[in-house]
Design a protein around this ligand. Structure first.
Ligand SMILES: Cc1cc2nc3c(=O)[nH]c(=O)nc-3n(C[C@H](O)[C@H](O)[C@H](O)COP(=O)(O)OP(=O)(O)OC[C@H]3O[C@@H](n4cnc5c(N)ncnc54)[C@H](O)[C@@H]3O)c2cc1C
Ligand SMILES: *[C@@H]1O[C@H](CO)[C@@H](O)[C@H](O)[C@H]1NC(C)=O
Ligand SMILES: *[C@@H]1O[C@H](CO)[C@@H](O)[C@H](O)[C@H]1NC(C)=O
Length: 667
């Protein structure tokens, strides 16, 4: 890589330090300019870098900091892990020793007051090098708390937040809010007017957020976090089921604004030749789907419009309504651009850093590096027939209701073989009454007639059982209108404090043998009686895909998936512990027992998933761990139940379930 233009020369900048009025920060660096240079697209990248990716820091940029008298003191904080910054001079061995000592992360990550926690001057220098992109985190609902430390009470803003609290985008569009409040210690939740000053504190929210708009900022943050022993967090949308996008006292990187989507009709590499998108890491499902429609192609993402496609989704595997045709989300990725734990910016592909390529596609988000963009396959336009229907046990009673659901269950392999997908809910609103809600059945590449003939035996069964049903079936000429008419309209009702979901990937074997199929169904039926609700999918990723990545092998043998959602009402530590244990053992336990060849989806996991390494990655785990140790030897990246997280613990006291509201320490 060659530094083409040294965009900003710190040495040249007039630089002065003045006494500030603010006693909090005794120094003001009023003329530090953003640190970055323009680096041309490295030749190994198949598609040119986005402009924001060409803005990087290099050894030269860090050296500029060192050679300037006033910044020299801070330069080490921004040096790359492998840097030999200033090692040639005389007073250097001391500097080198100091730098190496800084990078050793033993004990706990820094907390305010620790010697290595950056003082106000350091935060200020950091912010100026970032070009002012650093923000102190303020919980979004703090506007509802008249006596909080944030001192920002605003009744009108509070009404708005309260009204929109359960809408996913409220949190996806925030630099710090996540969708499962349990994991930041339920501080400032729900936007209710609570007057105690303790009702709204920072809790398990990250402390600072970098509003990322270029690669240089990510590199500066990675080097600064490593040198200052800070906990580092990546927040894209905050969808993660286990609170992996927040952390107490953390420096957080908010990737939401990396929104570019570029269509390349004729990409060629050793493994693929055809149309692709190059997409920024902040692109969400609804944006990707919309762009695909515009370019006359089909793209792979999830069912919820606001899930970030190239943050957690593809990193963890990624299931969705066209996986039966084109494979999983991770299977679409041809290249990634990544900032690694040493601060370097690298291309990751089957030919470059191929171990990372394997690990980062399936091995989980927030673990191996920070993705800034991806090159992703797109596919021909497809027609879709969608069908939405529901029935209840009302007219016929529970036993006949379950006979109908069992018939549907038994048909699932046939629906998979026909390369269709569905998402349904089974719920018991009150004892003795059940609802089955298909919303929707997604019959890709099918006409209404083909859909009708595929499902005719099921609807004949409903009629024979005397079960009335409402149904609406519609043909769409492409994916986007089909998606807009169905998945895009669903209410995902996030933001509930006592909500703990978990999953099980159900293998094909569990349909092949009638006795095992019955036992599996019995366990699912039992879970409906015990859980708040059960979401089900008939889904099987295309087996035509022959990519090598670390996606949970259980997906490759999948016939369906279950998400169970529990609702805990007693939020005391003892109540949460008992509620979550009941969920893990009594609701999911029996399903786990009948599916020994199945697994759990790390992206939609029970916070207390037992034996999670095996459940999320099966036989891939050992290799994932060795790649993690190679690329992140100091443990810069930590997420709950991520690869290598065995070495760490969040000391949150006794909360009943593991939250992120505590110090991150080595075990
Ligand atoms: C309502 C809802 C619907 C969902 N639907 C689906 C679905 O249909 N299919 C499916 O497969 N999953 C689905 N999920 C799960 C979803 O895939 C995960 O929550 C996923 O982790 C979200 O990724 P994100 O980047 O949007 O979220 P975040 O919570 O912001 O991040 C998730 C994880 O990825 C890491 N990360 C984020 N950005 C980056 C980056 N640039 N580089 C490296 N790491 C990064 C974070 O550190 C964190 O560990 C759903 C979740 C919810 C709540
Ligand atoms: C791809 O298409 C562009 C624009 O249509 C063209 O300039 C380029 O040469 C093509 N590349 C290949 C490899 O065919
Ligand atoms: C499975 O259950 C059905 C009833 O749903 C029953 O008729 C059948 O005999 C059972 N099969 C086995 C092998 O247990």
């Amino acid at each position: 890589m060659r530094a083409a233009t040294l965009l900003i020369s710190l040495a040249a900048a007039t630089f002065y330090i003045a006494r500030a009025q603010d006693p909090e920060s005794s120094l003001v660096f009023s003329s530090i300019e953003p640190a970055a240079t323009v680096v041309e697209t490295p030749p190994e990248a198949g598609v040119k870098l986005f402009t924001e990716e060409t803005l990087q820091i290099t050894d030269e940029v860090v050296n500029e900091l060192l050679t300037n008298e006033e910044t020299a003191e801070y330069a080490d904080l921004f040096a790359f892990a492998d840097s030999t910054l200033g090692d040639e001079g005389s007073a250097t061995s001391q500097r080198r020793r100091r730098r190496l000592r800084r990078q050793q992360s033993s004990g706990c990550k820094s907390t305010p007051g620790d010697p290595r926690w950056p003082n106000a001057e350091r935060w200020d220098v950091f912010n100026r090098l970032l070009g002012g992109a650093l923000e102190k985190v303020v919980p979004i609902a703090s506007v509802c708390y008249p006596n909080s430390e944030f001192n920002n009470y605003d009744a009108a803003q509070c009404a708005k937040i309260t009204n929109e609290w359960h809408v996913d985008r409220t949190h996806a569009d925030s630099d710090s809010s996540i969708m499962f409040p349990l994991f930041y210690g339920e501080t400032c939740v729900q936007g209710t007017d609570k007057t105690a000053s303790s009702a709204c504190t920072l809790g398990g929210y990250s402390s600072y957020s970098v509003h990322v708009s270029n690669v240089a900022q990510i590199q500066l943050a990675v080097n600064f976090a490593r040198s200052s022993n800070l906990r580092l967090v990546i927040k894209n949308t905050g969808h993660d089921y286990n609170g992996r996008s927040t952390g107490k006292h953390a420096l957080s990187l908010w990737t939401h604004n990396l929104k570019k989507i570029q269509y390349v009709p004729n990409y060629t590499s050793s493994t693929y030749s055809g149309p692709v998108f190059k997409v920024g890491a902040g692109v969400q499902g609804f944006e990707l789907y919309e762009a695909a429609e515009r370019h006359g192609v089909t793209a792979v993402a999830g069912i919820c419009p606001s899930v970030g496609v190239f943050g957690g989704y593809t990193s963890g595997g990624g299931h969705g309504p066209v996986m039966q045709l084109f494979g999983m989300g991770a299977d679409q990725i041809l290249e990634l651009q990544v900032v690694t734990a040493d601060g370097r910016f690298v291309t990751v592909s089957p030919n470059k850093n191929s171990d990372l390529y394997w690990a980062m596609l399936g091995g989980g988000g927030g673990t191996f590096g920070i993705i800034t963009s991806a090159v992703v396959k797109v596919h021909p336009k497809i027609p879709v027939t969608t069908s939405v229907w529901s029935f209840t046990s009302g007219p016929v009673g529970p036993e006949v209701f379950w006979e109908a659901v069992k018939f549907f269950w038994d048909e699932m392999p046939k629906y998979n073989a026909a390369k269709t997908y569905s998402y349904f809910t089974v719920i018991r609103p009150f004892p003795g009454f059940y609802v089955f809600d298909m919303n929707p059945f997604f019959a890709t590449k099918m006409t209404v007639e083909q859909f009708n003939s595929l499902t005719a035996p099921f609807f004949a069964k409903l009629s024979a059982l005397g079960i009335p049903y409402n149904i609406e079936t519609k043909y769409h000429t492409s994916f986007y209108p089909a998606y807009q008419a169905t998945f895009a309209t669903l209410d995902f009702a996030i933001g509930n404090t006592g909500s703990t979901p978990g999953t099980r990937i159900l293998p094909k074997e569990n349909w092949e043998d009638a006795a095992l199929r019955n036992a599996t169904f019995a366990a699912v039926r039992d879970a409906v009686d015990k859980a708040l609700l059960i979401q089900g999918y008939h889904q099987a990723p295309s087996s035509d895909v022959t990519v090598a990545n670390s996606v949970n092998p259980a997906f490759r043998n999948e016939a369906g998936m279950i998400i169970a959602i529990n609702s805990i009402t007693d939020m005391s530590p003892a109540g949460l512990k008992a509620g979550n244990e009941y969920f893990t053992n009594e609701i999911l336990g029996p399903i786990r027992e009948v599916t020994p060849l199945g697994g759990a989806y790390g992206n939609e996991a029970d916070i207390s998933e037992p034996n999670w390494q095996q459940a999320f990655w099966g036989d891939n785990y050992a290799r994932l761990l060795s790649i993690k140790q190679k690329w992140d030897p100091t443990g810069l990246f930590y997420v709950h139940h991520g690869v290598g997280s065995e070495d760490w613990v969040v000391q949150d006291g006794e909360r009943g379930v593991q939250t992120q509201d505590g110090m991150l320490c080595r075990v």
